[in-house]
Design a protein around this ligand. Structure first.
Ligand SMILES: Nc1ncnc2c1ncn2[C@@H]1O[C@H](COP(=O)(O)OP(=O)(O)OP(=O)(O)O)[C@@H](O)[C@H]1O
Length: 274
C-alpha cells in the first residue's frame, strides 16, 4: 500500500449561513483500505461526503488526489477523478433491470441502438470481479431484489466506472444479519481490489469488522483518525459522543506530517461555537 493517501483533505471548512458545519477537517483515504467515517447524528458526515463528491462547495481547505492538489467543484469533477458515492437511498430504478440500472445515464451504444450485449457482459464481469454470486439474472428487475442484493448492485454500479474511491453511506442500515455479512464482505473486497473505500456507519460491529482506519467526526471537527487495531470499541464511542477519548494513546508519528502509520490529527476541543 502506498504511503500517499489516494484522497487527502486538509483544512476543510463548510458553513450553511451562520452555522459552521465543518471546521478545519482533515481526512485521508488510502487505496486498498476501508476508512470508516463515524460520528453522531449531525456530526457532519453527510456534509463532508457532499463536499468530497462536489455537491457542496467548500469554504476553505484543499483536496489532494494521488498527492496532487485538485479542485472538486462539481459531481463531474469528482467522477472524473474516479470518486463515486453510493447513497443510503441507493437511487436505483425499480422498474429497470440490473444491467439497465448499472448503465443508467451512461449507456453504451452500437450505432443508434443500445449495445445490450456489451453492457450485459461488462455488468457480468464487474459482478464476477467482485465475486458476487447472489444475483440470479442480470435481467431481473431491481424491484425483485432483496435489500442486500440492491446494495450489491449499487456498489457494483459504482465500481463499473473505474472508480478509485467509493464512499458508501450506511450500506447495511436496512439489512438483516446475513445480508449485512454479505455486503461487508463486498466492502472488504472492494478495498482488496485496490480501491479506497470510505464507509459511513453508525454500527460499531460493522466498523470493527471491515475497516482499516477509523475517522471520527464530532460537531464538525475530525477528532481522530486512527488505525482500527489501535483503538477499542469503547474509545470510538467516547470519540463519537464526547469528542475525545482519555485513554487514546496517540503516537508521535500520528501527528499531521507524520509517516501516516498511526493516528492522525486530533483536536480535543471542537465545536466551541456550536
Ligand atoms: N443544507 C443544509 N443547510 C443547513 N444546515 C445543514 C444543511 N445540511 C446539513 N446541515 C446541518 O449540518 C449539520 C451536519 O449535518 P449532516 O447531515 O452532515 O450530519 P451527519 O453526520 O451526516 O448526520 P446523520 O448521521 O444524522 O446523517 C447538522 O446540524 C445539520 O442540521
Amino acid at each position: 500500500m502506498s504511503a500517499t493517501p489516494l484522497l487527502e483533505l486538509r483544512g476543510i471548512d463548510k458553513s450553511f449561513g451562520p452555522v459552521q458545519v465543518l471546521r478545519d477537517v482533515a481526512l485521508s483515504a488510502h487505496a486498498g483500505e476501508v476508512t470508516a467515517l463515524v460520528g453522531d447524528n449531525g456530526a457532519g458526515k453527510s456534509t463532508l461526503v457532499k463536499c468530497i463528491s462536489g455537491i457542496y462547495p467548500t469554504d476553505a481547505g484543499e483536496f489532494l488526489f494521488d498527492g496532487r492538489p485538485v479542485s472538486i467543484n462539481s459531481p463531474r469533477d469528482a467522477a472524473g477523478l474516479g470518486i463515486e458515492v453510493v447513497y443510503q437511498d441507493l437511487a436505483l430504478c425499480d422498474n429497470l433491470d440490473i444491467v439497465q440500472n448499472m448503465f443508467l445515464g451512461r449507456e453504451k451504444h452500437s450505432g443508434l441502438v443500445l449495445d445490450e450485449p456489451t453492457m450485459e457482459q461488462m455488468a457480468a464481469e464487474t459482478l464476477a470481479g467482485l465475486s458476487v454470486r447472489t444475483v440470479k439474472s442480470l435481467r431481473q428487475h431491481v424491484s425483485s431484489l432483496s435489500g442486500g442484493q440492491r446494495q450489491t448492485v449499487a456498489i457494483a454500479k459504482a465500481v463499473l466506472w473505474n472508480s478509485r474511491l467509493v464512499v458508501l453511506d450506511e450500506p447495511t442500515a436496512a439489512l438483516g444479519v446475513a445480508q449485512t455479512a454479505q455486503v461487508l464482505e463486498l466492502v472488504r473486497r472492494l478495498a482488496d481490489n485496490g480501491l479506497a473505500v470510505v464507509l459511513i456507519s453508525h454500527n460499531m460491529n460493522d466498523v470493527f469488522a471491515v475497516s482499516d482506519r477509523i475517522a471520527a467526526l464530532y460537531l464538525g471537527q475530525m477528532v481522530a483518525q486512527v488505525r482500527t487495531t489501535d483503538i477499542t470499541h469503547s474509545q470510538v464511542v467516547e470519540l463519537i459522543t464526547a469528542g475525545r477519548s482519555g485513554n487514546l494513546g496517540l503516537t508521535a508519528d500520528a501527528a499531521p506530517g507524520g509517516n501516516g502509520t498511526g493516528a492522525q490529527p486530533v483536536a480535543t476541543n471542537p465545536g466551541a461555537t456550536r
